[in-house]
Design a protein around this ligand. Structure first.
Ligand SMILES: C[S@@+](CC[C@H](N)C(=O)[O-])C[C@H]1O[C@@H](n2cnc3c(N)ncnc32)[C@H](O)[C@@H]1O
Length: 289
C-alpha cells in the first residue's frame, strides 16, 4: 500500500514506527529519516546490552536515543555541526542520560581512547569524512579488534558517470560526488587491509522511502523530489556497509607531529656566502643584488 504523502510510517521499520512523528520531526538533522537508517543498519550489526557504541555524526541525536532504548547499548552521541546542548536536552527529556553521552567533536579529531568501543555506527554522515583513504585506519583504532563499524546513508546504487546523469542535472551539485555505491564501499574498505567487510548493499526500494521522507518533511524541496521521481532508483538509494576490525593487523597511532631540530645550511649549491649566520641581520634586496 502506498503510504500517505505526509506519513512517517513504514511497515519495513516497526521499531522506528513506535517513535512519535513530532519527536522524529523535531530532531531532523539531514535529508533522511535517521531512525529508519539506524534500524536498517542494526539488522546487520551485533548490538548487545552494555556494549559501548560510538554514534558518529549523530546530528541532533535521535539515532543515539533509539540505539540505547532499543538495544540497551551505551552510546557516545557525537557530532560536529549541531549543538551539543540541544542534544543533551533531548537525551534528558527521553530519560536516557545514564546511557547516552553527548559529545561535540570532529570525526577527524576524536577524543576517545584506542580500543574503547565495541561498535561504531554512522548514519548519513560518513561520506563527509570517510571517503579519505586514510580515515578508516584512524577510526578503526577506537574499536576493539573484532568490533564492527557500520555506516548507512543516502548514496547511489551504482556509481554515477563523471558527468551527472541528465535526469539528475537540475538537482546535482559538486558535493554529491561523495555519494558512492555498495561496491565502491566494499573496495574502499577492503583495500585498507584493516577490516573484513561483512556487508555492502543497497536498501531494497530505498528510493521510495527517501521520496516518502522528502514528501513528508520537505514537500517544498521540489528539485530533490523531482530527481527521485525521475530516477526511480536507477542511481539514488540508501546504502549501507558493515566491516569488522581484524585481529591480526596492528594499527598505528595517527601522526600528529614529527620532531625536528633546525640546522642552518647554505641555501644554494656552490654559494655558501648566501647562508646567513643565525645572528646576522636579514640582507636588504639592494645588498643581495
Ligand atoms: C546529513 S547530517 C545527518 C545527521 C544524522 N545522523 C541524521 O541522520 O539525521 C550529517 C551529519 O554529519 C555530521 N558531520 C559532518 N562532518 C563531520 C565531522 N567532520 N565530524 C563529526 N560530524 C560530522 C554533521 O554534524 C551532521 O550532523
Amino acid at each position: 500500500m502506498t503510504p500517505h504523502p505526509g506519513s512517517l510510517d513504514s511497515r519495513r521499520f516497526p521499531r522506528s514506527s513506535r517513535y512519535h512523528p513530532d519527536w522524529v520531526r523535531s530532531s531532523i538533522s539531514g535529508g533522511a529519516h535517521s531512525l529508519w537508517l539506524t534500524e536498517w543498519l542494526s539488522e546487520v550489526i551485533d548490538l548487545r546490552p552494555g556494549m559501548r557504541v560510538l554514534d558518529l555524526g549523530c546530528g541532533r541525536g535521535a539515532s543515539s536515543v533509539f540505539l540505547h532504548r532499543e538495544f540497551g547499548v551505551q552510546v557516545w552521541s557525537t557530532d560536529l555541526w549541531f549543538s551539543v546542548d540541544e542534544r543533551a536536552q533531548r537525551i534528558r527529556d527521553a530519560g536516557v542520560e545514564d546511557g547516552v553521552f553527548p559529545i561535540h567533536a570532529d570525526a577527524r579529531a576524536l577524543p576517545f581512547a584506542r580500543d574503547f568501543f565495541d561498535v561504531v555506527v554512522s548514519v548519513d554522515s560518513y561520506v563527509y569524512y570517510g571517503t579519505d583513504d586514510l580515515y578508516l585506519g584512524y577510526l578503526a583504532r577506537l574499536v576493539k579488534p573484532g568490533g564492527q563499524i557500520g555506516i548507512a546513508g543516502a548514496g547511489v546504487v551504482q556509481e554515477t558517470p563523471v558527468d551527472p546523469p541528465s535526469h539528475l542535472r537540475h538537482w546535482w551539485e559538486p558535493s554529491l560526488a561523495c555519494l558512492h555505491a555498495p561496491e565502491w564501499w566494499h573496495r574502499h574498505w577492503s583495500r585498507s587491509g584493516i577490516v573484513d567487510v561483512e556487508r555492502a548493499d543497497a536498501m531494497d526500494e530505498g528510493w521510495r522511502l527517501w521520496l516518502q521522507w522528502q514528501r513528508a518533511v520537505a514537500p517544498d524541496n521540489k528539485p530533490e523530489i523531482q530527481a527521485l521521481e525521475a530516477d526511480r532508483g536507477r542511481y539514488l538509494g540508501y546504502v549501507r556497509a558493515v566491516a569488522r576490525r581484524r585481529h591480526d593487523v596492528e594499527l598505528d597511532d595517527p601522526i600528529t607531529s614529527v620532531p625536528v631540530a633546525y640546522r642552518q645550511q647554505p641555501l644554494l649549491v656552490g654559494d655558501s656566502s648566501t647562508a646567513r649566520r643565525p645572528d646576522a641581520p636579514v640582507p636588504t634586496p639592494q645588498e643581495r643584488a
